[in-house]
Design a protein. Structure first.
Length: 89
């Protein structure tokens, strides 16, 4: 069973982007190559600021929607409470 993750990245312009994935490191690389999302493609480089595990895709999608409804300040506070992942060199 693949774990799913909800993540928040900060873009080069300071904006926040929330998404879901089964492989956070791969997804971060895709974002930084401009291949993952239209929103982030012109805002590279991006840095992972928050990572949360979900049991399945449905749970991850529900949590993603909840996070996207949060204010910027709430998302920043969430980032301070969560796990972060540094890409491997």
């Amino acid at each position: 069973m693949n774990d799913w993750y909800v993540y928040i990245i900060v873009c080069s312009d300071g904006t926040l982007y929330t998404g879901i994935t089964t492989d956070p490191e791969r997804r971060l690389k895709e974002h930084n190559k401009g291949k993952a999302a239209k929103y982030t493609s012109s805002r590279t480089p991006v840095k992972l600021k928050y990572l949360e595990t979900a049991r399945n895709r449905s749970e991850a999608s529900k949590r993603e929607r909840a996070v996207k409804k949060m204010s910027r300040l709430e998302k920043i506070a969430l980032c301070g409470k969560g796990k972060t992942l540094s890409p491997k060199p």
